[in-house]
Design a protein around this ligand. Structure first.
Ligand code: ACO
Length: 331
């Protein structure tokens, strides 16, 4: 088997129609548009209605968008990975359902849980299958229905998150384009700061866990904020240094959309020009595993063959990292 690089060759996306604005949230909790915009950069987010449609609904829509754009027959897909922290159900996998619904009858599929770093970690997995020569078409989806795990009476979390899905296709590349390098890390102590306590093996769901709201996402924002900036900056610096890149070599930074102030801090750290950092947090909020592919979906028209992209993410676990990828096509 010859070693080839693994390149992204198509992008698709989907966000639900329902828009939850800061004005809507002002009616739900003690907050203000001014606080939300100045502290997070978010103006509105999309919400899946009804929630019972499940994460697979958005994932399937994102893949159908990709298949239509690429004119790709789903029976050619070898593997489907769904990065998600909000699967349709704990068992069975969302990926299996997505594969069957889109007609990927020759594929196997599984879910990957890396919270907000799920898509970044999935890029590593997808690219490894391609560059080893084992498979030729790997579909990577980042999809999350954050509204299903948010307490809309908790102002510390309900302003931040939204729902959405993005998908990319990885294929072998003969010109050396695609994923070049990565630094991926975890710190399990981070689960003290960002977690859903109940519903897993340690604390199965019960009337008590529901009454204590332990099935909702709990986040201690301030420490998570600090760890996010320092760890993403550190991972980016490592990737830049060992690939002999300078900040001017980078065409775009594709960073997890958790908070505009986090993005500004990374921009300052790297001394980036304002048009190097791709941003859409003001419209979608934090869609967890979907933020990176939704950035590619929104900004695909700007991306040109041979451009250098730096991906970075930070999330629950803690999980974080940075990847260096060269873009493989003109859209
Ligand atoms: N409206 C008004 N006031 C608020 C709100 C709100 N929505 N939320 C919190 N406050 C108040 C707090 O009560 C506090 O008041 P106090 O000083 O009287 O106690 C004050 O604002 C400051 O609270 P902080 O939590 O320190 O606010 P901060 O400026 O840190 O912003 C935020 C909070 C937006 C959550 C920020 O900390 C953040 O973005 N953290 C990182 C998020 C992240 O990166 N998550 C990782 C990915 S998520 C995943 O993996 C699923």
């Amino acid at each position: 088997m010859t070693t080839k690089t693994a390149a992204i060759t198509a992008v698709g996306g989907y966000v639900p129609e329902h828009v939850l604005t800061n004005a809507d949230i002002e009616q739900m909790v003690d907050t203000s548009d001014e606080w939300i915009v100045s502290r997070t950069g978010i103006r509105e987010r999309r919400i899946l209605k009804p929630t019972s449609l499940g994460t697979s609904f958005m994932a399937i829509k994102a893949v159908q968008n990709l298949l239509d754009k690429k004119n790709l027959d789903p029976t050619q897909i070898d593997l489907i990975i769904v990065a998600t922290a909000t699967p349709d159900m704990p068992v069975s996998s969302t990926a299996s359902y997505v594969a069957t619904e889109i007609g990927a009858t020759n594929a196997f599929a599984y879910d990957l849980q890396g919270a907000c770093s799920g898509f970044l970690f999935g890029m590593s997995t997808a690219a490894a299958y391609i560059s080893s020569g084992r498979y030729k078409k790997v579909l990577l989806i980042g999809a999350d229905t954050m509204s299903s795990i948010i307490d809309y009476s908790d102002r510390a979390t309900c302003v931040i998150f939204g729902d959405g899905a993005g998908a990319v296709l990885f294929e072998p590349n003969d010109e050396g384009l695609g994923l070049q390098d990565e630094v991926l890390r975890v710190d399990g102590k981070g689960r003290a700061y960002l977690k859903i306590e109940a519903g897993g093996s340690m604390l199965p769901p019960s009337k008590e866990t529901v009454s204590k709201k332990q099935h909702f996402l709990h986040q201690e924002g301030r420490p998570v904020f600090k760890f996010a900036i320092s760890n993403m900056s550190d991972a980016i610096t490592q990737v830049i240094t060992r690939n002999d890149l300078s900040k001017d070599d980078i065409d775009f930074v594709v960073a997890h959309q958790a908070n505009k102030r986090i993005l500004d801090a990374i921009s300052n750290h790297l001394d980036l020009k304002s048009d190097q950092m791709l941003i859409n947090i003001e419209r979608y909020g934090n869609t967890t595993a979907a933020t990176l592919p939704l950035l590619l979906w929104d900004y695909e028209h700007l991306l040109k063959k041979n451009q250098k992209l730096l991906f970075t993410a930070f999330g629950g676990g803690f999980t974080w990292g940075a990847s260096y990828l060269t873009w493989a096509y003109n859209s």
